[in-house]
Design a protein around this ligand. Structure first.
Ligand code: GDP
Ligand code: MG
Length: 143
């Protein structure tokens, strides 16, 4: 299978728990490579644009409040079947329903504050990567 890329966010709750390194270890241990990475404190405008598909949902305001409450890490993960693999590493949206050993089971407190984001399809991955990274910021491995 060809290499695939996906987009990931370590959300403010997990950054506040000092879990960046532990979460990066999960990605790398599963065979995903971090090919771009940076820390950001999202503006409301940037967070609203990122979650535009949810803007009519009742939780949209709370979601934007949360995502702008502290810094996040954004990263591009590369590997075989990266989109699905990352969603498996993350676990279900609601941590109460997430399988044991997944990031959301281990690091999330609630559906509102659920530790990580991951693209849900190759098409959304491409859009989300371009929303945060220029081509020059992405560093495919040469060795
Ligand atoms: P994801 O792809 O697993 O992150 O889930 P969705 O794309 O469906 O939702 C995006 C984000 O909105 C989730 O990660 C949650 O942070 C939040 N969210 C989704 N559904 C709910 C909900 O029913 N209530 C609340 N408070 N937040 C939600
Ligand atoms: Mg989603």
């Amino acid at each position: 299978m060809a290499l695939e890329r996906t987009f990931s966010i370590i959300k403010p709750d997990a950054v506040a728990k000092n879990a960046i390194g532990a979460i990066y270890n999960r990605f790398e241990s599963a065979g995903l490579r971090i090919v771009a990475s940076k820390m950001l404190h999202l503006s409301r405008e940037k967070a609203e644009g990122f979650y535009a598909e949810h803007k009519e949902r009742p939780f949209f305001g709370a979601l934007v409040d949360f995502m702008t409450s502290g810094p996040v890490m954004v990263q591009v993960l590369e590997g075989e079947n990266a989109v699905v693999k990352n969603r498996q590493i993350m676990g279900a949206t609601n941590p109460a329903e997430a399988d044991a050993g997944t990031l959301r089971s281990d690091y999330a407190e609630s559906i509102d504050e659920n530790a990580v984001h991951g693209s849900d399809a190759p098409e959304s991955a491409a859009r989300e990567i371009a929303y945060f990274f220029s081509d020059e910021e992405i560093c495919p491995r040469t060795r």
